[in-house]
Design a protein around this ligand. Structure first.
Ligand code: 5GP
Length: 194
């Protein structure tokens, strides 16, 4: 059994437009014990790699990345979506188009927290069209940091992001990959038990 797939089947809601609502345990409410189980699986997949820090994107990536950071004893940096007075101008910045929201937004990381040569593990909640990850990779590139691998909670395999990025030789590990959300029914592919 894959505990994430089970949770998606039990609590996920398919919304119009092929959107999976997982507010009950990812995007609005968090179950810390469950996220620590998730983090142990990410740790199992990534602990052989030499990683300096974890990078995610606010808001929903933070809790997952925090759990992975705790499990793997690594610091976690999150890209910000909103300008704040404390952030300053000395930032790496990239623009991301969100199909789900129909808007373009900037993601920013302070130059204080990402350095040339840093070996970075990227963690995020969803991979759909891959635009969010491309923005994160762009920021790593600007910083001269090294992308070690990427861990995704839920990949929508029927959208083209994962395929496109893997064709470009990006290494991406997804804990649950959705094959289809047709007729309100969630179907998985490449299922791995944990
Ligand atoms: P991408 O840039 O790969 O198209 O989408 C990644 C981002 O879109 C994620 O960070 C997530 O916020 C959001 N997203 C895309 N599809 C879904 C979905 O079906 N459900 C939820 N909850 N978020 C999604």
């Amino acid at each position: 059994m894959n505990i994430l797939e089970k949770r998606i089947l039990d609590e996920g809601i398919v919304l119009p437009g092929n959107v999976l609502k997982v507010d009950g345990f990812v995007n609005h409410r968090i179950d810390p014990e469950f996220f620590m189980q998730i983090a142990e699986e990410f740790k199992r997949r990534f602990e052989h790699l030499d990683i300096d820090k974890i990078l995610t994107v606010e808001v929903s990536g933070i809790a997952i990345a925090f759990a992975v950071g705790l499990a793997m004893n690594k610091k976690v940096v999150f890209a910000k979506k909103n300008i704040s007075k404390t952030l300053g101008d000395d930032v790496y910045k990239s623009s991301v188009y969100s199909y789900t929201k129909g808007v373009t937004y900037d993601i920013m990381v302070s130059k204080n927290y990402l350095n040339k040569g840093d070996r970075v593990l990227v963690i995020d909640d969803f991979l759909a069209n891959g635009k969010a990850l491309e923005g994160v990779y762009d920021i790593l590139n600007q910083a001269g940091a090294e992308l070690v691998s990427t861990g995704i909670l839920i990949e929508k395999g029927f959208q083209n992001g994962g395929k496109r990025l893997r064709e470009k030789r990006y290494e991406i590990e997804s804990l649950a990959t959705i094959k289809s959300l047709e007729n309100g029914k969630v179907e998985f592919e490449n299922s791995v038990d944990f």
